[in-house]
Design a protein around this ligand. Structure first.
Ligand SMILES: [Zn+2]
Ligand SMILES: [Zn+2]
Length: 325
């Protein structure tokens, strides 16, 4: 499905069959010479077909399309390697461009597995491999990205789009903002009906802290319309941001309560948290849901550690958290 949202801006629904996100909203901004496509979909035939059909319907030649990748997740970057040609510009933050490269060319997944097992995730259930990623991201390590920084401007047609660094959902997430048109392409930083997954990407970075700061940064912008990468358009970004901050605040309080029972690792903490899923108990969660839940618990625990409300303790190889008072 394609719809013109504003003059020269088209929203393209890219199906993500079998994925809980259901659809990626890709956006095509028509320019006079070059066009810009914001996010692409997985490296899946269904996604590629939807993109090809859309460009045909819009009468646009792929050779005239540049790309803006909001962040390293495969539903955003997956098809670039398939659709971009040698002379195409693919804009992305340096941080996330390097993450895409690492997905394909380094021991990223082995390091991630070690990290999750240190947080209590059962090692026998960790089996992510580089090969799995090939199914989602085409030529991820070899894409010739053009790095963009906070404040950089990309002009397309009547739009003057400023890159806004919004780390949190990923370490190098970027939004695009047109100050005159009061328009924000929000990627996965702000979504309509669902909350963005905030997890740990390894190392000691407080990504939830960065995410909350990025929400406040966007809250200060004048915006009439938010174009998110999933679900519906957002008209009142102040209200949505207040809801998101409240959501994470409640999560932090919930975790502090859980830790009153004693020190726990991230995996154990996740098992005590409330999740909006249809399973009767934590034991029934599929492994990948437990993995996401552990990542979320980890990001919240690391933020509480940064705030000085919990402290790390080591239990053998396992990292535990306990209340500071
Ligand atoms: Zn994402
Ligand atoms: Zn996404």
């Amino acid at each position: 499905m394609i719809r013109e949202i504003l003059n020269g801006i088209y929203q393209i629904h890219i199906p993500l069959p079998g994925n809980p996100l259901k659809v990626l909203n890709s956006y095509l901004i028509k320019g006079r010479e070059r066009n810009l496509l914001v996010d692409t979909g997985f490296n899946w035939p269904e996604c590629k077909q939807a993109q090809l059909k859309a460009m045909t319907a819009l009468g646009i030649d792929w050779a005239d399309v540049d790309f803006f990748i909001t962040h390293a997740h495969a539903d955003h970057v997956g098809l670039v390697g398939e659709l971009a040609s040698k002379d195409t510009k693919v804009y992305c933050s340096k941080t996330d461009a390097q993450i895409v490269h690492n997905f394909m060319h380094s021991n990223y997944w082995a390091a991630s597995d070690i990290y999750f097992s240190q947080h209590g995730y059962p090692p026998e259930k960790l089996h992510r491999k580089k090969d799995d990623i090939d199914d989602y991201i085409s030529a991820g390590g070899d894409i010739d990205f053009t790095w963009v920084e906070d404040g950089d401007i990309i002009e397309v047609g009547d739009y003057r789009l400023k890159c806004i660094a919004t780390p949190g959902h990923s370490p190098g997430h970027m939004c695009l903002y047109d100050a005159e048109k009061k328009l924000l392409f929000s990627g996965d930083h702000i979504l309509g009906g669902i909350t963005s997954n905030i997890t740990s990407w390894g190392g000691k970075i407080d990504l939830l802290g960065l995410y909350l700061a990025s929400l406040r940064k966007v809250d200060a912008l004048e915006i009439d319309l938010v174009l998110p990468a999933h679900r519906e358009l957002i008209l009142d970004h102040h209200q949505r941001i207040a809801e998101l901050i409240h959501h994470h605040d409640s999560r932090l309080k919930e975790i502090l309560n859980i830790l009153r029972n004693g020190a726990m690792n991230s995996y154990q903490t996740a098992g005590h948290m409330h999740w909006d899923l249809t399973y009767d108990s934590w034991d029934e969660f599929p492994d990948y849901q437990k993995w996401f839940a552990t990542g979320e618990a980890m990001a919240h625990l690391e933020h509480l550690a940064e705030l000085g409300q919990v402290q790390h303790i080591k239990h053998g190889e396992i990292l535990m958290y306990q209340l500071t008072k």
